[in-house]
Design a binder for this molecule. Structure first.
Ligand code: ZN
Length: 68
């Protein structure tokens, strides 16, 4: 595996700024974690029963993490 693919993304909540996930890829399971946090954390009523990915991502901050 080339090192170039070895990249992580840190996903943080925009409201409380807590780091929620550090993952290689954001998949359904990760989205579910984010939705759970956003529902518990924020006063936002944006997220419905089946939130769109764009709505979820609008509530979090994603940053690339350089691995040592
Ligand atoms: Zn939060």
């Amino acid at each position: 595996m080339p090192d170039a693919t070895n990249r992580l993304f840190a996903v943080a909540c925009m409201d409380c700024r807590r780091n929620l996930l550090t993952v290689e890829r954001i998949r359904d399971r990760e989205i579910a974690v984010l939705v759970d946090h956003l529902r518990a954390c924020s006063a936002r009523e944006r997220l419905g029963d089946t939130p769109m990915l764009g709505d979820v991502m609008a509530c979090v901050r994603v940053a690339a993490v350089a691995q040592a």
